[in-house]
Design a protein around this ligand. Sequence first.
Ligand SMILES: Cc1cc2nc3c(=O)[nH]c(=O)nc-3n(C[C@H](O)[C@H](O)[C@H](O)COP(=O)(O)OP(=O)(O)OC[C@H]3O[C@@H](n4cnc5c(N)ncnc54)[C@H](O)[C@@H]3O)c2cc1C
Length: 372
Amino acid sequence: MSKIYDIAVVGAGIAGVMVAWWADRFGKSVLVIDRASSPATGGSSAAGAFVSPKLGKANVLTNLTNDAFEFSSKFYSEFFGEEFEQSGMLRFAKDESDLANLEYYKEIIGCGEILDEESLREFGVVNETKALYFRDGGVCDAQSLCKKAIKDIEYLQLEVEKIEDANEYLIIEDRVKAKNIVFATGFEGFDGFEYMNIGGLWGSRGDYYCSDDIKSCMHKSVSVSSNIGGIIKLGATTTRAKNPCMVCDGEPLKVLEEDAIKIASLTDFKIKEIFCGYRANSKDYFPIVGKVIDAQYMLENYPQIKKGYKKAPLRYKKNCFVFNGLGARGFVFAPYLAKNLVEHIFDACEILDEVNSDRLFLRWARRLVIGG
Ligand SMILES: Cc1cc2nc3c(=O)[nH]c(=O)nc-3n(C[C@H](O)[C@H](O)[C@H](O)COP(=O)(O)OP(=O)(O)OC[C@H]3O[C@@H](n4cnc5c(N)ncnc54)[C@H](O)[C@@H]3O)c2cc1C
């Protein structure tokens, strides 16, 4: 273990591989570590990996998501052209009353075209009469993208539990030396991450054999991908329970199939494979990016934090960073926010305020008292 990496990334989902990709591009020595023998086995293995903007009222989360959409769709098309099918994304109004908002959504997103019924039929749309079309949108092949992102980067299969500080560097499991560690461990979080309150939602989606000519991805209550080599993707269900999706037997997908035929001209589609996974969320639904606070030290040395004291200088776990809570939009957020994190680590650039992991600590500490 003589080599000292500039950065070790724990977790080889889309979050981890994007951090590794940017760090490698910045000329840093990088090691990716995952308990699995290959990338994208966690939430990222289940993702439909649609790259789509967020329609809704202009607010901080909508703006952040759409900045990420703009960045990431260009990023994938430039660097992952084979793994990103940029067939466009059609977004329909939620219901009749939402139709009038499409112009407003277009304005706040800053891109997109309104399409009429005639144009929609050419894309393989049924029933809908109007949509907002984003040419830059599309869908990724999640697994091949994650693999390609780190194909020239060192990879180690290892379950990580123990990190030690050896002054000049950190030691992972007595085996790896690294100057910086990024934890991109998805819904499992990591020891010492309790204050981040990482939770989430299970979900399922399916790949289908299909002979229908669906030319664009589309989304209403379900996402339907364009037909890529005789396969379409339908996604995704959302289940608020601890463990259900791993034994879903395809049941939740019936809802997706019923919704899909209401928007897409699907006459011939048959299940090929079902995927189940967990979307890791923060309590406020913003991603979690930045330094890891030494919560134990803070509580021991500034117990008044629990009563709302906000002025204690934050102490961090040395050179430890987190990249998590990407929710249902990991493939939209990851390239954009991974760049921000890598620039923060190596160039002292600020983490975007709205995703900075610091925000979660004081709220959590207050709840310790409220919760008794
Ligand atoms: C059904 C479904 C559909 C989805 N559809 C979309 C979509 O269309 N578009 C979109 O953008 N997003 C979508 N998502 C969300 C997306 O999948 C997630 O946001 C994304 O995968 C999160 O990636 P991640 O890297 O943070 O976590 P993960 O992919 O879960 O990766 C975490 C990795 O960390 C490893 N790990 C954890 N702990 C340790 C440890 N102690 N030691 C070593 N390794 C460890 C795990 O093995 C895993 O590989 C969907 C999710 C689901 C479930």
